[in-house]
Design a protein around this ligand. Structure first.
Ligand SMILES: *[C@@H]1O[C@H](CO)[C@@H](O)[C@H](O)[C@H]1NC(C)=O
Ligand SMILES: *[C@@H]1O[C@H](CO)[C@@H](O)[C@H](O)[C@H]1NC(C)=O
Ligand SMILES: *[C@@H]1O[C@H](CO)[C@@H](O)[C@H](O)[C@H]1NC(C)=O
Ligand SMILES: *[C@@H]1O[C@H](CO)[C@@H](O)[C@H](O)[C@H]1NC(C)=O
Ligand SMILES: *[C@@H]1O[C@H](CO)[C@@H](O)[C@H](O)[C@H]1NC(C)=O
Ligand SMILES: *[C@@H]1O[C@H](CO)[C@@H](O)[C@H](O)[C@H]1NC(C)=O
Ligand SMILES: *[C@@H]1O[C@H](CO)[C@@H](O)[C@H](O)[C@H]1NC(C)=O
Ligand SMILES: *[C@@H]1O[C@H](CO)[C@@H](O)[C@H](O)[C@H]1NC(C)=O
Length: 733
C-alpha cells in the first residue's frame, strides 16, 4: 500500500505539473505600483467640460497635467523645458505661460505640444484668478452674491481651516471649485442639489522624496522554527526524529481541533485560496512586506507598504531640508537628519503605527551624513568642511576602521580609532578636474572564488574587498578618466582615459560589484552613443592559477597581489541615468544591473551579458561556448522588452531620483524602487522564481489527482491480487 501511495504521488505530481499552463505568470501591473504625483498646483484652468489642466512645479521646471474632472485621475502629464512664473492667457486651443526669463511660451491646450515663443503684443492676457466672492473661515466656505451682497454658506465641513481656492467656475447654475491646503491636499467640489459636495480629493504630499530608508517586519514564525531546529540539534538522530514526528502530530491534532474534526473543512481549506490574513503572513515570511519610509522636500515623513504602495502613516517633521533617514536598533528608532542641524529620533517600535518623538537633538550643519556600516555611528561632513564621527549609544569598538570619503574635489581616507578620525591619505584634484562618479566595492559576500570556464578550468576572481573606483571629468579639455584605487593604501590599480567627446551634461555612472565594475557615459564621437564599459578583475588570467593563499589571512596593509584586468566596451540604445545592482539575501542569484533610463523607463541587464570576456564568435572554441551563458561579443546591447520592469508606465522622477534594491527572504526575488517626484516599486527575479510556486499553482487539481489515484489503488490492488492468485492456482492446478 505504501509503495502504491508513493507511485500515486509521483504520478499525480507529473500529471498536475503538466496540467499547469504557466507556473510563472506575467505579473505586470500586479506586483508593481506607482504613485503618480503632480506636485503643488500653481494654476488650474479648464480644458473642456470634463478636463482640468494643472500647471505645477517639477524640479527646476514646470509640469502640465490633465485631470479627469469626474474622478480626479491623471489623464496625462507633460514636463516642459521652462519654469513658468505665470499663466498669462488661455483660449480653447492654447495656453500661454511666462518663463523665468520673461519670455512668453505657447502650448497646445489639449496635449501640451510646444508651440514656441509668442510676442507679448499679439496676445491679450486674460487669465485672472478672482476668488474675491469666496471666503473660508472656521471650516466654512461662504460665497457672496455679487448683486445682492449677501453671503451664503455653501460648505460647512471643510477638512481644515487653512484652505485656499485654486479653481472656481460659476456658470449656468453650476459651481465647480478646487480647494488646496498648505500640506498639498486638493479637494474638488461641485454643486449638486444646491449644496457643494466633494467629488474627489488628491493627495500630493508625497511628492519629491529627498531621503528614504526601510524597515522589515519581524517574522515570529521564523524565530519559532529556528528555536525548534536548535532544540533538535541537541538531540541524537532517533530522538530528533521522534521529536519531529511528535511535533508534526501535535500540529495535525491542533489543526483538526481548530476545524472541529471536520475532514470536509480541512480539505476545503487545503484547496481554497488563501485569505487576506494568510496572504499577509506569507508576505511577511517571504520578506516581501517592507515599510518604505520616505521624507519629502516639505518635511513630511511617511511609511508606505512595499507591496501595495498604501500610506501606512505620516508624520509632519516641520523640517524642509532633510538629508538622511535611518532605521536604527532593530527598526525601533528612526533618525532624521537635516542640512541645517536639527535632528529628530522617532520611536518606530510599532512600525504600523504613527511614530512618536523620542528625542530632539541638534547636530552641526552638514553637507553629508553617512552611516558607518550597521553601527549607530554616523560620519558627518560639516558645512565648514570638518569631518566628525557622530557617536550613537553603542559601545566603542577598539578595532580600526578604514573610511574613504569623496567630494567633487578629491578623495580623503581616514582611520577611525576608538571613535576618532585620523587622516591616512588624500588625493587633491587639479582645479579644472572634478570627481563626477564614485563607487565602492559591493560588500555582499562572494559565493564562489572563480568563474568556471567551458573546459572545466577556473579563472580565479580578485576578491580583495578594499577597492573603489571613481571618474574624473576635466571639462577644460573634455576628457574623462576612470580609476581603480585601493582604499586602504591609496594605490592606483587601474586607469582608463577617454577623449571621445564625452558629454558631461548627461549622467556618468559607476557600479562596483563583486570582482568587476561598470561605468557608463555618453560620448559624441565617432557617433553620439551611450557607452557601457566593464572591467573585470582576476587573480590571474591563466586558468587554474591561484595567486592568493587560502590558508593564510592576508593583511590589507601589505597586500602585494595586483589584479589582472580584462575590459570590454558596449553601446546601449538609451541614455542611462542611474544604475544599481540587484540585491538578494544570499547573493547566489545571478546579479542584475538595474538601469533607470533618461526616458523614464526602468530595465535590467543580467551581469553575464555585460561580461568583459565575451569574444567574437570566430575566436570562440567549442569549449568556450560551453561556459555558463557564454555569448559571442556584439558591440550593441539591445533593450529587451521583457526586461522593462516599468512596463508602459511613465515615471517622472526628476534629476535627484533614487534607485535602489532591497533583498527579500526569497533568494530569487529583489524589491526595486525608484523615488523622486513620483514613487515606483516593483519586484524582480533575474533568475526566474525558482524558489516560489505561483499563486495559480493548482493545488486543488494536485490533491484531487492524488485522491483519485489512491482510490484506484484501493480498488484495483485487490482485483490484481485475486487475479494473480487465480492464475497461480490455474497454472499450478
Ligand atoms: C473620466 O472619469 C469618468 C468616471 O470615472 C469616466 O467615465 C470617463 O471615461 C473618464 N474620462 C476619460 C477621458 O478618461
Ligand atoms: C487663441 O486662439 C487663436 C486661434 O484660434 C490663436 O490665434 C490665438 O493666438 C490664441 N491664443 C490666445 C492666448 O489668445
Ligand atoms: C445650461 O444648462 C441647461 C440644462 O442643464 C442647458 O440646456 C443649456 O444649454 C445650458 N446653457 C449653457 C449656456 O451652457
Ligand atoms: C440630488 O437630488 C436627486 C433627486 O432629487 C437625488 O436623487 C440625489 O441623490 C441628490 N443628490 C445628493 C448628493 O443629495
Ligand atoms: C531584534 O529583534 C529580534 C526579534 O524581535 C530579536 O530576536 C533580536 O535579538 C533583536 N536584535 C537586537 C540587536 O536587538
Ligand atoms: C574587533 O575587535 C574585537 C576585540 O577587540 C574582536 O573580538 C572583533 O572580532 C573585532 N571585530 C572586527 C569586525 O574586526
Ligand atoms: C581552457 O579554456 C581557456 C579559455 O578559452 C584557455 O585559455 C585554456 O587554455 C583552456 N585550458 C585547457 C586545459 O584547455
Ligand atoms: C600558504 O600559507 C601557508 C601558511 O603560511 C604556507 O605553509 C603555504 O606554503 C602557503 N602556500 C602557498 C601556495 O604560498
Amino acid at each position: 500500500m505504501l509503495r502504491c501511495f508513493g507511485n500515486a504521488l509521483l504520478l499525480a505530481l507529473l500529471l498536475s505539473t503538466r496540467l499547469v499552463k504557466a507556473v510563472y505568470n506575467d505579473e505586470a501591473y500586479t506586483i508593481d505600483w506607482q504613485r503618480e504625483n503632480i506636485g503643488d498646483y500653481q494654476w488650474v484652468t479648464e480644458v473642456d467640460d470634463n478636463t482640468l489642466l494643472v500647471v505645477s512645479s517639477f524640479d527646476e521646471t514646470s509640469l502640465l497635467c490633465w485631470l479627469n474632472k469626474s474622478n480626479g485621475e491623471i489623464l496625462s502629464r507633460q514636463p516642459i523645458k521652462y519654469k513658468a512664473v505665470s499663466l498669462v492667457a488661455t483660449n480653447d486651443s492654447q495656453i500661454v505661460l511666462k518663463s523665468e526669463r520673461g519670455e512668453l511660451q505657447a502650448f497646445e491646450l489639449k496635449h501640451g505640444f510646444d508651440l514656441g515663443p509668442v510676442l507679448a503684443e499679439s496676445i491679450q492676457s486674460n487669465f485672472v484668478e478672482d476668488f474675491s466672492t469666496i471666503s473660508i473661515q472656521d471650516k466654512e466656505l461662504k460665497m457672496t452674491d455679487k448683486e445682492h451682497g449677501d453671503a451664503k454658506i455653501l460648505i460647512n465641513d471643510l477638512p481644515t481651516d487653512t484652505m485656499f481656492v485654486k479653481f472656481y467656475k460659476n456658470a449656468n447654475e453650476s459651481i465647480e471649485l478646487l480647494l488646496g491646503t498648505p500640506s498639498s491636499q486638493y479637494y474638488y467640489y461641485e454643486l449638486e442639489n444646491n449644496t457643494l459636495s466633494q467629488k474627489w480629493a488628491r493627495d500630493e504630499s508625497l511628492t519629491d522624496v529627498q531621503a528614504y530608508t526601510y524597515a522589515s517586519v519581524n517574522d515570529d514564525s521564523a524565530a519559532k522554527i529556528l528555536s525548534e531546529l536548535n532544540d533538535e540539534k541537541k538531540l541524537d538522530f532517533w530522538q530528533a526524529y521522534l521529536f519531529r514526528v511528535q511535533h508534526n502530530y501535535r500540529r495535525l491534532k491542533g489543526a483538526l481541533i481548530e476545524r472541529r474534526f471536520s475532514v470536509g473543512s480541512f480539505v476545503k481549506d487545503l484547496i481554497a485560496d488563501d485569505d487576506e490574513h494568510a496572504v499577509r503572513q506569507r508576505d511577511i515570511k517571504f520578506g516581501l512586506l517592507k515599510y518604505l519610509i520616505i521624507a519629502t522636500r516639505k518635511g513630511k515623513i511617511a511609511a508606505l507598504n512595499s507591496i501595495t504602495g498604501e500610506k501606512v502613516w505620516e508624520f509632519e517633521s516641520g523640517f524642509n531640508d532633510i538629508i538622511r533617514l535611518d532605521s536604527l536598533k532593530n527598526n525601533s528608532e528612526l533618525v532624521v537628519f537635516t542640512k541645517s542641524g536639527p535632528s529628530l529620533v522617532l520611536d518606530t517600535s510599532h512600525i504600523g503605527a504613527v511614530p512618536s518623538i523620542k528625542r530632539n537633538q541638534v547636530v552641526v550643519p552638514s553637507t553629508d551624513i553617512e552611516r558607518l556600516g550597521d553601527s549607530d555611528d554616523f560620519y558627518v561632513r560639516t558645512e565648514q568642511g570638518f569631518r566628525v564621527i557622530l557617536r550613537g549609544d553603542g559601545e566603542i569598538h577598539n578595532n580600526e576602521t578604514y573610511l574613504l570619503d569623496h567630494d567633487k574635489h578629491g578623495l580623503n581616507a581616514f582611520i577611525i580609532e576608538k571613535g576618532d578620525l585620523k587622516e591616512s591619505w588624500k588625493l587633491d584634484l587639479k582645479p579644472n578636474e572634478e570627481i563626477i562618479a564614485f563607487a565602492a566595492r559591493d560588500s555582499d559576500p562572494s559565493v564562489s572564488l572563480g568563474n568556471i570556464l567551458g573546459n572545466r578550468t577556473v579563472l580565479y576572481k580578485y576578491l580583495y574587498p578594499h577597492l573603489a573606483s571613481y571618474a574624473i571629468a576635466d571639462r577644460s579639455v573634455g576628457s574623462l578618466s576612470v580609476h581603480l584605487v585601493d582604499t586602504i593604501t591609496g594605490e592606483l590599480l587601474y586607469t582608463s582615459y577617454y577623449e571621445d567627446g564625452v558629454n558631461f551634461n548627461l549622467p556618468v555612472n559607476i557600479l562596483f560589484g563583486e570582482y568587476w565594475f561598470i561605468y557608463t557615459y555618453f560620448s559624441s564621437e565617432p557617433i553620439p552613443e551611450q557607452k557601457i564599459s566593464v572591467v573585470e578583475l582576476y587573480e590571474s588570467l591563466e586558468p587554474n592559477t591561484r595567486v592568493s593563499n587560502s590558508s593564510e589571512v592576508a593583511s590589507a596593509l601589505s597586500n602585494t597581489m595586483k589584479p589582472q584586468i580584462v575590459t570590454k566596451a558596449y553601446f546601449y540604445p538609451e541614455v542611462i541615468k542611474n544604475m544599481v545592482l540587484s540585491k538578494t539575501k544570499f547573493g547566489i542569484t545571478t546579479k542584475a544591473i538595474i538601469l533607470e533610463l533618461e526616458n523614464g523607463q526602468i530595465t535590467y541587464l543580467p551581469k553575464y551579458l555585460l561580461s568583459a570576456r565575451r569574444r567574437e564568435e570566430s575566436q570562440m572554441s567549442n569549449d568556450d561556448k560551453k561556459e555558463f551563458m557564454a555569448a559571442p561579443y556584439l558591440s550593441g546591447i539591445p533593450i529587451n522588452d521583457h526586461a522593462i520592469i516599468s512596463h508602459y508606465r511613465s515615471l517622472l522622477m526628476g534629476s535627484n531620483s533614487m534607485l535602489f534594491s532591497i533583498p527579500t527572504n526569497l533568494e530569487s526575488t529583489s524589491i526595486v524602487c525608484n523615488f523622486g517626484h513620483d514613487i515606483f516599486c516593483t519586484r524582480i527575479s533575474p533568475s526566474s522564481q525558482f524558489d516560489k510556486l505561483s499563486p495559480s499553482f493548482e493545488k486543488g487539481k494536485l490533491i484531487s489527482t492524488i485522491l483519485g489515484l489512491l482510490f484506484l489503488c484501493y480498488f484495483i490492488r485487490p482485483l490484481v491480487d485475486t487475479k494473480k492468485l487465480k492464475s497461480q492456482w490455474h497454472v499450478k492446478g
